[in-house]
Ligand binder design. Structure first.
Ligand code: SF4
Ligand code: SF4
Ligand code: FES
Length: 367
């Protein structure tokens, strides 16, 4: 074995371990949790987000490893060849239930509106699954809410915080922003900004990723919550964000005919759960009364009046021809919208180049 290699690194490519009595293969570097998930084992988690470095804070994902005295956190423990792992035993389930009861005895509210965020139901679902008692342990409670933080997007309701640090980690690891951090320890633990200030005075970009990863709804989508009282179920519709050419996948949330929020698609190939402030929060234009729903052309007095598409396109074509005839080809200049797909931008530049022999074309996404 080369001196710089560990025993695992030097072991053969096909690695196997025993998972709940069955021999399974794994890839070097995989954690027990990742192997378990691939083999459809329903191991519960709370502080885990597959996009983030494992943290090992909640211990809900504990499993038994033969030869190891205490249960280990499967999300932080690497699988090793020959390992014998059990993911579901009475002792493990009891252990998980007790941990959960400790968490929810501190958490003020278990049932939160799903409009709060993508992962906001994770704690609620675990409490239901384990029939956890919410008042079993009495004592101090951590987290001071900052619900008065004057920003239109994010509710900071830290009384629901369980100190999983997913928000802090997603802000650092995914957004690269480091706008929020953890202050103090134990019951004094608090998610906070630099100098404990307001979010809008921090480096926060309001991307909303902390909201979407929070498993308790402590961080919540303030805009969506405006629709809390609207009747009816929430319907999700998969689509692509209209703002720029990246093509982030989103799920639009509607109640009846009303658009009530946007969620990033965790499986979106271009964004993997990330969005910018526009894609996440700037959706009011969709149902704004000022939104144009038909083409407008100017009448003889210069007023804009509704027109058919044929009328509007004829008018635009006549304008192009007139400008070209009166002022020459350099009077024609086209800017393609950053919200247009590549194919539309290609067609536009072709129209200007081939139609007018001009290279005066641009696109606001070219930077
Ligand atoms: S909204 Fe984005 S930038 Fe702001 S704290 Fe949350 S993750 Fe960080
Ligand atoms: S605010 Fe939410 S995501 Fe952040 S530590 Fe608390 S429970 Fe976890
Ligand atoms: S999910 Fe593994 S320790 Fe929290």
């Amino acid at each position: 074995m080369p001196p710089h290699m560990t025993a695992i690194e030097a072991s053969p490519t096909l690695l196997t371990m025993t998972l709940d009595g069955e021999e399974v293969s794994f890839t070097r570097g995989e954690t027990i949790y990742e192997v378990s998930r691939r083999h459809a084992k329903d191991v519960p988690t709370l502080c885990y987000d597959p996009r983030l470095d494992p943290f090992g804070g909640c211990r809900m994902c504990v499993v038994e490893v033969e030869g190891v005295r205490n249960p280990v956190a499967s999300c932080t423990t690497k699988a090793t060849p020959g390992m014998v792992v059990r993911t579901h035993t009475d002792a493990l389930e009891g252990h998980r239930k007790t941990l959960l009861e400790m968490v929810v005895s501190e958490n003020r509210q278990v049932d939160v509106d799903p409009l709060r965020g993508y992962a906001s139901q994770e704690l609620t679902q675990l409490v239901d699954r384990y029939e956890a008692r919410t008042g079993r342990f009495r004592g101090k409670k951590s987290g001071t809410s900052k619900t008065g933080d004057p920003n239109p997007f994010i509710l900071r309701d830290y009384e629901q915080c369980i100190s999983c640090y997913r928000c802090v980690r997603v802000c650092a690891e995914q957004e690269g922003d480091y706008a929020i951090s953890v202050a103090n320890r134990g019951f004094a633990t608090q998610i906070t900004t630099e100098f404990d200030g307001l979010l809008k005075e921090s480096t926060c970009t309001f991307c909303g990723q902390c909201v979407q990863t929070c498993p308790t709804g402590a961080l919540a989508d303030r805009k969506s919550l405006r629709a809390e009282a609207l009747p009816g179920p929430i319907t999700e519709t998969r689509t692509v964000c209209t703002y720029c050419g990246v093509g982030c996948a989103v799920d639009l949330m509607t109640k009846g005919e009303k658009l009530v929020g946007v969620r990033p698609a965790m499986d979106g190939p271009a964004n993997e759960g990330a969005l910018c402030i526009k894609g996440q929060f700037a959706y009011d234009f969709v149902q704004h009364p000022d939104r144009l729903k038909t083409p407008l052309v100017r009448d003889a007095s210069g007023e804009l009046v509704p027109a058919s598409w044929d009328e509007a396109l004829d008018r635009a074509a006549a304008g192009f021809v007139k400008a070209n005839a009166e002022h020459g080809r350099h009077s024609v200049y086209a800017i393609s919208s950053g919200r247009a797909p590549t194919e539309a931008s290609y067609t536009l530049q072709k129209f200007i180049r081939a139609g007018f022999a001009s290279n005066h074309v641009d696109n606001c996404s070219r930077g």
